[in-house]
Ligand binder design. Sequence first.
Ligand SMILES: NC(=O)c1ccc[n+]([C@@H]2O[C@H](COP(=O)([O-])OP(=O)(O)OC[C@H]3O[C@@H](n4cnc5c(N)ncnc54)[C@H](OP(=O)(O)O)[C@@H]3O)[C@@H](O)[C@H]2O)c1
Length: 290
Amino acid sequence: MRKLLLQLDSSRLPSVFDQVVAYDAGADDIMSYGGVTETDVRDLIHGCIFTRGPKDLHNTAVWIGGSNMSAGEQLLAMAQDALFAPFTVSMMLDSNGSNTTAVAAVVKIEETLGNLEGKKVLILAGTGPVGQRAGGLLAKDGAHVTITSRKPEQGEKARQFISARFNVQVEATTLNDPAALPELCKDIDVLLNSGPAGVQMVPKSAWTAAKSLKIAVDLNAVPPLGIEGVEVSDAGVVREGVVVYGAFGVGNFKTKLHKACVARLFTRNDLVLDAETIADIARELVAKKQ
Ligand SMILES: NC(=O)c1ccc[n+]([C@@H]2O[C@H](COP(=O)([O-])OP(=O)(O)OC[C@H]3O[C@@H](n4cnc5c(N)ncnc54)[C@H](OP(=O)(O)O)[C@@H]3O)[C@@H](O)[C@H]2O)c1
């Protein structure tokens, strides 16, 4: 039976990137819809679940993407609502690659440090989709997470969102002057940059002065890079006594994870892959490698 992936994308044009990865991960056909809104979801999902008998429904799965993470979250909630046993299909949310990117970064941090209980983590520009999900997962691991934002109200909104979504406590602090960075980095164990493409968020002098720092991860692949002194292809090398990862260093694992998750969707008909469940799959991949 052909493996069919229903692609629900909140952006006008369904992501070609997501389609290519899905084919590479084993989907036989992709039924793509762009500009999908909440009211479209129920009928599209019903088209999936009433066409094949329950025992064959693991051959149909749903992918939710698009550039807007909160729109994606709403589509996922609607899609879940449209299911009822035994007519269920597996589904995955990865709007803008934010779940797989955040998870890949978090798993690299876990691999490097082992137990994260009590570790201090600073997430630069942690108000975006990637930073929020990474912050939630790291806090779930027991780390003390602080996210930065240029605007106090934006930081507070993200702090509240992460706390509610992941049932954790995180801190938010305002960062609009690089002169504040040495103090913010002073006793951290982990530095994660989830700032936008093409923006240097921290100069080398600030993170190299942080004597407690053990790992620095930069997710920005576009020059100027986010953490000065960390190269885009760095993948666990040691620079200035700190284990460092650049965006490609994390991105290779992210792509592997993305494919593994899509393949996993077709193994059963009741999976919901979001940050935590994607993290479980990432940890399995790491464990298999060891
Ligand atoms: N490798 C991959 O597959 C992959 C996939 C997805 C994303 N990424 C990368 O991951 C990073 C995070 O992605 P994202 O989508 O979460 O980021 P984002 O939403 O574009 O940006 C994150 C935060 O950066 C802050 N910001 C925006 N412009 C800024 C500026 N000029 N200076 C300082 N801060 C600024 C904003 O926070 P405030 O307004 O609160 O300050 C924003 O919430 C990006 O570098 C992205 O390219 C990589």
